[in-house]
Design a protein around this ligand. Structure first.
Ligand code: ATP
Ligand code: MG
Length: 790
């Protein structure tokens, strides 16, 4: 390595150093959590660049989330004085999007194709079902969407799906119709992004060869969670099969941990690791065994737990940090009490200066668990941020606004058309829409184009809507995003609608936020007025020739602008680019930057991240491990890997908890303590509440004793007075709340609302209240300040 690279390599251990400075060739780095896999990947890219072995345009790196991609780019630009925009670093979906934009014609798509997120996809499927009178009991739209996605992940088009029975035949027919609908509307779902770009590479030799030559270095993080199609996609980019053998040009470095494979349910294949070694003829495998993240009580717990799995590739993990704090275990009476305990602990951690809020994470197995924790945090005004909940780009008002914007880009986007044609209300009823859909189907055109065939009052109203969109498109030509969005919000009537809505202030604020989001996107992505037409070459230098002249000559300088048509050099409009961004990043954290907030997320979403303090709640049989996964060994082992991921997110402190009763999906459940507790080394744990002698002893009583539900908790020896260290959080006396269903109530933060349901008694009593402005919430009556409105 040259002198310039030396500081980059400083502090790496010998195995990490070996991995970072591997000579060209394929390699697999197999290593446990927190051993520096991601750090090695990032450092290797920096090393390749700074030693001149690679140019930014020659690198393709796949990360698991957009957030991880951004982090990698930020770190790289801090390490090196280079234009990171030339690198292809992103998620599989992000990279496929780039490819499809660049070669949209070959891929058979309009350049401005829109991306359907999971929500949009479901509504597209529902629309399809309506149109073809599908019996939605027999073929649930959600299951159909899942089926289509599954086919695509397997790389199967409708004609390729093996038809075993009548049921499958019907589903495949619908799959075919769904594809036709998407194609007609110019939209692609997430699965389609992947499959379409795979087919693009497979079927177009010049394109494939071009990228094969270009990407001399491919690096893949979290390789254990790639699915079959993603692996096939990588293989296409790496080289061609010649006489049954893969002939590759560049080098592929895959990094993974079989113990952290947690997406098998979505088609991930750990087997890709073995296939990779075999098919790529991998000669170098490196193991990293030093964990830099956690103290040994945490690491030993993780190691002991995962040792219960049978199918493992086998590797060790050690730390040279001391034992650190014990892993704290808490048993709560109810999910409410669990949440309350978490919040009390969190406040102590923050007040005592042990951790900042953003260094505290609360992890849970299932999204539904967050509600109770959120309301406990909310009630004591601790800022928090939920990853993966209802994210900015998924909120109703934002989706409405985006739908208008999408119609400006593409009038044939029927999903968006349906979303806003009568929002705000324009007197267009379900009947008129049905006949519009019928006409569109008969003619074989989009809803937009079918409007002229509708007569009468309905036709007039529809015509006015379409005219409004068309005029707006004309008027906003060439304007900047702020102006476009501003005019759209006015012309569509959204602003007026929310202004008149009694509690629409929040929504108006969010719409304002949309403008900010668009502006920061423009600056970040270089879509400012100067940057739009400035393609750069492999080295990050601006291209002087017209990009169109570059064509696809594999030896020509390369276009690195992500959203440029490779044939014409036409760049995507800032608006279209922004819409893409909104769809792709709907899964990312959109909370106010810079706010110090407690992090709430599912275990799945926590992959690759680390925090000083981690709480894992709801460690109960049937919840974690999840009931769907308990019937077979494979499922149980995946749950255990999930638990392993959860534990290994913690640097310094780990808290585990479970509750005796839990209200989930509207049902009170009496769950047993998770078996995972029995798989952790006792010497690493500290029980904050007395450990029972195995759960079997109290299990039968719990289910049998009806009195339990009404608060008689003595039977199984759980007396809160008996708890010693630390004291159970003090509870207020149960309010004699006097609420009943249908009553109007007032909450100091949420305003007026209506009681929908009541549950529980004493300090576990809670009410479900609908607040017009904030939606439906469950409130703990012992905590929430509700007054009855006369
Ligand atoms: P996961 O499996 O959870 O994705 P990982 O193997 O990718 O983990 P990293 O996130 O890269 O691990 O590293 C874990 C932590 O250890 C990070 O904070 C990283 O900065 C730190 N770390 C890695 N290598 C070293 C090292 N040689 N010296 C000091 N700290 C290190
Ligand atoms: Mg990592």
């Amino acid at each position: 390595p040259s002198g310039q690279a030396a500081p980059l390599l400083h502090g790496l251990n010998p195995e990490q150093l070996a991995a970072v400075t591997l000579p060209a060739g394929h390699a697999l780095i197999l290593a446990g959590a927190g051993s520096g896999k991601t750090r090695v990947l990032t450092t290797r890219i920096a090393w390749l660049l700074s030693t001149g072995q690679a140019a930014p345009g020659g690198i393709l790196a796949v990360t698991f989330t957009n957030k991880a991609a951004k982090e990698m780019l930020t770190r790289l630009s801090a390490m090196l004085p280079i234009n990171v925009r030339g690198m292809w670093i992103g998620t599989f979906h992000g990279l496929c999007n780039r490819l499809l934009r660049a070669h949209h014609k070959l891929a058979g798509l309009p350049q401005t194709f829109q991306i359907l997120d999971t929500q949009d996809q479901l509504s597209a499927v529902k629309r399809l079902c309506k149109q073809f009178n599908v019996d939605e009991e027999r073929f649930k739209p959600k299951e159909l969407a899942y089926f289509f996605a599954g086919c695509k992940e397997e790389g199967l088009r409708p004609r390729d799906v093996p038809v075993r029975d009548e049921d499958t035949r019907n589903k495949v027919e619908l799959y075919q119709l769904y594809e036709e609908q998407c194609q007609r509307e110019g939209v692609v779902d997430f699965g389609e992004l992947m499959l379409r770009s795979y087919e693009l590479l497979r079927d177009n030799d010049p394109v494939r060869v071009h990228y094969q030559r270009r990407f001399a270095h491919m690096l893949v993080d979290e390789f254990q969670d790639t699915n079959k199609l993603q692996y096939a996609w990588l293989k296409l980019l790496a080289g061609d099969m010649v006489d049954g053998r893969l002939q590759t040009r560049g080098s592929v470095i895959a990094v993974g941990d079989d113990d952290q494979s947690i997406y098998a349910f979505r088609g991930a294949r750990v087997g890709n690791m073995q296939d990779f070694v075999r098919e790529f003829g991998v000669e170098r495998q490196i193991k990293l065994e030093q964990n830099y993240r956690s103290y040994s009580n945490i690491l030993d717990s993780a190691n002991a737990l995962i040792a219960h799995n049978s199918k493992r590739l086998g590797k060790n993990l050690r730390t040279s940090q001391g034992p650190g704090e014990p892993v704290r275990v808490y048993e709560a009476n109810s999910d409410l009490a669990e949440a309350q305990w978490m919040v009390d602990e969190i406040r102590q951690l923050v007040q005592g200066g042990t951790a900042t809020r953003s260094e505290i994470a609360v992890l849970y197995r299932s999204n539904a668990q967050s509600r109770v924790i959120e309301s406990a945090l909310f009630n004591v005004a601790v800022p928090y941020r939920v990853y993966g909940g209802l994210r900015f780009f998924e909120r109703a008002e934002i989706k409405h606004a985006l739908a208008y914007l999408r119609l400006l880009e593409n009038p044939h986007d029927d999903t968006s058309f349906m979303r806003v044609v009568n929002f705000p209300a324009r007197g267009i009823g379900a009947r008129s829409l049905e006949s519009l859909q019928d006409v569109a189907r008969q003619i074989g055109c989009s809803l937009h184009d079918a409007v002229s065939s509708i007569s009468g009052k309905a036709g007039a109203n529809l015509g006015a809507f379409v005219a409004m969109i068309d005029v707006l498109r004309e008027q906003t030509q060439g304007q900047n995003l702020r102006a476009i969005i501003g005019q759209m919000l006015q012309a569509s009537g959204l602003i007026e609608h929310y202004r008149n809505e009694k509690e629409g202030a929040d929504r108006l604020e969010n719409l304002d936020e949309l403008i900010s989001a668009a502006e920061s996107f423009v600056t970040q992505e270089g879509f400012g007025k100067d940057a739009v037409a400035l393609p750069i070459d492999e080295t990050g230098a601006p291209l002087t020739q017209s990009p169109a002249s570059q064509g696809l000559d594999p030896n020509a300088p390369l276009l690195n602008q992500p959203l440029v048509d490779a044939d014409t050099g036409e760049t995507l409009s800032p608006l279209a680019a922004f819409l893409t961004h909104a769809a792709l990043e709907a899964g990312d954290n959109q909370a106010q930057a810079g706010q110090d907030a407690v992090q709430l997320m599912t275990v799945h979403a926590s992959k690759g991240l680390e925090f000083d303090c981690v709480f894992i709640g709801g460690l109960e049989e049937e919840l974690f491990p999840h009931q769907n996964a308990m019937s077979d060994q494979g499922g149980l082992e995946e749950e255990r890997r999930l638990m392993y991921v959860a534990i290994t997110r913690a640097r310094a402190r780990l808290y585990l908890s479970h509750a005796q009763t839990r209200l989930l999906h509207g049902q009170t459940r009496y769950n047993l303590r998770s078996r995972f507790f029995d798989e952790l080394p006792e010497e690493c744990l500290k029980w904050l509440t007395p450990r029972q002698q195995g759960f079997a002893s109290y299990a039968p009583d719990m289910r049998a004793v009806g009195a339990y539900q009404s608060g008689a908790r003595g039977q199984s020896g759980f007396k809160s007075e008996a708890f010693t260290s630390p004291p159970v959080p003090p509870r207020k006396e149960a309010p004699a709340h006097g609420l009943r269903v249908g009553l109007a109530v007032f909450h100091t933060k949420f305003g007026e609302g209506k009681v929908l349901a009541l549950e529980g008694a004493g300090d576990d009593a809670r009410a479900q209240v609908n607040f017009p402005r904030h939606g439906t919430k469950w409130l703990a009556l012992a905590v929430a300040k509700l007054t009855i409105v006369e």
